[in-house]
Design a protein around this ligand. Sequence first.
Ligand code: IDP
Ligand code: MG
Length: 138
Amino acid sequence: MANLTFGIIKPDAVRAGHTGSIIQRILDTGFKIRGLKLIHMTRQQGEGFYAVHRERPFFAGLVEFMSSGPCVVMALEKESAVKSWRDLMGATDPAKADEGTLRKEFGGSVGENAVHGSDSDENAAIEVSYFFSRLELV
Ligand code: IDP
Ligand code: MG
């Protein structure tokens, strides 16, 4: 799974109509899309996904936001996929993200920052299997 990562186009970016542009950037960067679907996660699914952050002060707001509308979940393949996808996303806070990154271009705030990406190969595997069944991955 070292060449696979998990990404989300978050509800803010979907709502703003940036889904197509973000997917184009993903393809232009050389990722192969192995799984892709539009979902509207429930509060409970959001809580489960972000369980590692449940003690953080922003947890309730984060779950509220992530379940506020449709988002696009993706399994992305590329060499060094985790790092490559995080490089394309940019820093968590769009104000601190480098020029040319997705969060710089599409993120509105540290909470509503357009995209999610796994932080390790181990978490990528966990996150891909949280949202995709084996049959949904090509
Ligand atoms: P990451 O998404 O860059 O990996 P994490 O620290 O794992 O950043 O945080 C997960 C998500 O929680 C962020 O993408 C963002 O949506 C939200 N978040 C992180 N820190 C803050 C904060 O200080 N205030 C509000 N939301 C935050
Ligand atoms: Mg993270």
